[in-house]
Design a protein around this ligand. Sequence first.
Ligand code: MN
Length: 295
Amino acid sequence: VESFEVRTVPLGGVRGIEVHRALPQRALPTVGAWCFLDEFGPTRHPMNVLPHPHIGLQTVTWTFDGEVRHRDSLGSDVVIRPGQLNLMTSGRGVAHSEFSRTGNLHGLQMWVALPSAEARSKPAFAQHTELPVYEEDGLRARVFLGTLGEVTSPATTFSPLVGAELGLSGATAVPLRPDFEYAVLLIDGDVEANGIALRPGRLYYAAPGHGELTLASSPHTARLILLGGLPFPDDLVMWWNFVGRDHDEVAAARADWEAADIVRFGPVTGHGAERIPAPVLPNVRLAPRRRPGRG
Ligand code: MN
């Protein structure tokens, strides 16, 4: 098991908030198809993220506290509440905004990279308000994406993976697939995982080869996020809000957003002309991130 530092970074321009970025890491670009993991809050500062584009990924929004209004270029306009999943599949291009309601705010913004065959498909959005629970002694796990044990989320996925919120009360064992790699992020409480005391602000990573994860919380309940999946086969170029296979694909998406190409990205109703401009591309060709020892 390796651990990685979670970094604090500003989000969404001058009106944005600080977030805690667990993925990607320089030496860990993906865990399964999971390629991005931000924790926002707990805070009372609002999150106001104006329309911005995505390609090549699914955005996975999961909250612990507060309410966030999601609007997108497909016409979706929904409020997400704790225990619900917002899943937006960008395909070749989509745009969305996210504005929190007044009050406490705490949650996760995650991205899942799409396989090549799906990366140019039609965009889609779904909100899931009923998600299944995997239960064992000492464990209640809400499976928001993919499969844990025999419990499968109804949300659409394009590669074998799992995303679950684990609620712990005592000691338990979580079933793992030996062909999956996994990451664990402590949200609150005191937890030992396979005998290691988890620290806040660290992302813990386990390579394939494990059949279970033993967890113990003491003296109170605790909460963790478990992400996992089959190691993603493709090298990815990740830049700003885009996941592509090479520099040219990302540069084309940037140019289309800057040209306000409504065929590709469409308008997000309710924001007038307000949108987040793309940053300037660096003066070098963007290269895929590769993990050390992997070609
Ligand atoms: Mn977004």
